[in-house]
Write a protein that binds this ligand. Sequence first.
Ligand SMILES: [Zn+2]
Length: 293
Amino acid sequence: MPELPEVATVRRGLEPWVGGAKIEKVTLNRPDLRFPFPPDFAPVLEGATIETVGRRAKYLLFRLDNGWTWLSHLGMTGSYRFAGRRFKEPSRYYEPGVDEKHDHVVLDLAHPSEGRLTLIYADPRRFGFMDLFQDEADSPYLAGLGPEPLSNAFNADEMAARFRGKQAPMKAALLDQRVVAGLGNIYVSEALHRAHILPTRAAGTLVLKSGAPSKRLDLLADGVRAVLNEAIEAGGSTLRDFRDAEGGAGYFQHHFAVYDREGEACPTPGCRGTIKRIVQSGRATYYCPVCQH
Ligand SMILES: [Zn+2]
């Protein structure tokens, strides 16, 4: 499952190629992905110009000049590529190989400097989906989402207000999309290790009696930002299928401190702990029982 840094990487890779491009034709090779396409999907897109590509949580948001936004979620295996074209360095994007039977959406674009481009969305497992909205408040996917972890709206005060009195373990509290949008399983483990917080600790125990955040919640807010920024710098990380623009494998190697490192030495300086793996709410959690408490 692509996490926020991977979606940010896809966004960054697409932006120079689709920003300013006019959508001339949309071909849907099936009526649905995880959900049906909106009935007016192709007519709304055709003739519109993509002004920018944004991101909210794990959603790509193509802002159109006709007032609509085209929302795209990559699910587990969704990817974008351009037919018959290689990217110029250093553009990167998500491309798990080419198998045309999974090319579900094909867009003919006219870009002001790149000329004609064919943008293809493929999604072998079809857990991705697309939608349209004019006002973010009307999107069932975006309404109710918590602050973006890389924005100033995400901070220790905000977390303290949400966590006060909560018995839920920290892991579950951080995966709650109303607390922070788009933070997935891998980066929760990484951020909690960075802040030396045990994933099983009750969230409310990190809030002071006054309702103010403890120092450790401050550290956690910084930890969340740091692990995401490092992963975005590394170009996304979690999918074996990630390819660079030229199709080279292994471009997105990113070093995790604890994730998938059961039995290895804890990388915290001076710590002699060994990384443990437990399962919380059906998902693997990795942590150090010595320096996380
Ligand atoms: Zn440790």
